[in-house]
Design a protein around this ligand. Structure first.
Ligand SMILES: [Zn+2]
Length: 137
């Protein structure tokens, strides 16, 4: 990169690529404003992005990034694992490299998820700061 060049961050917004309802074919509308999402990445640690939800007002079907929901049930697309991100909760998502590494360690190394999470946190220095309460008298 040439000196003085500003590298622009590409903002990731997790949302459905669908524009029409899967049941009735009506145009989907955005349900709300962008909601912050914490993304877990193997290369960057955690960072903030956002998600958007689309809705069919008639069918009450919600379209999310790589899945849709109706009556509180989630239905993932068959190719969801091929996506770069997996929206795992209302406010968290995993970059798939995290899940791939976690999967390898769980299967090959029989490493518990808690150990993997502790290693992840240590690697990115997401450690709890020691307080005076943590120090033995
Ligand atoms: Zn519909």
């Amino acid at each position: 990169m040439a000196p003085g060049t500003v590298k622009k961050a590409i903002a990731t917004v997790l949302s459905s690529s669908r524009d029409v309802c899967r049941k009735c074919g009506r145009k989907l509308v955005f349900e709300n404003k962008a909601i912050p999402v914490v993304i877990y990445s193997n290369h960057r640690g955690t960072y903030l992005r956002s998600r958007l939800t689309k809705l069919c007002r008639k069918c009450k079907i919600y379209a999310h990034h790589r899945y849709w929901s109706v009556d509180g049930k989630r239905h993932f697309y068959r190719d969801s694992v091929l996506s770069e991100f997996l929206l795992s909760s209302e406010d968290t998502a995993f970059q798939m490299d995290v899940l791939a590494e976690c999967n390898n360690l769980l299967v090959i190394g029989t490493v518990p998820f808690s150990t993997y999470a502790a290693s992840y946190n240590r690697g990115f220095q997401y450690c709890k700061m020691a307080t005076t309460n943590d120090i033995d008298p």
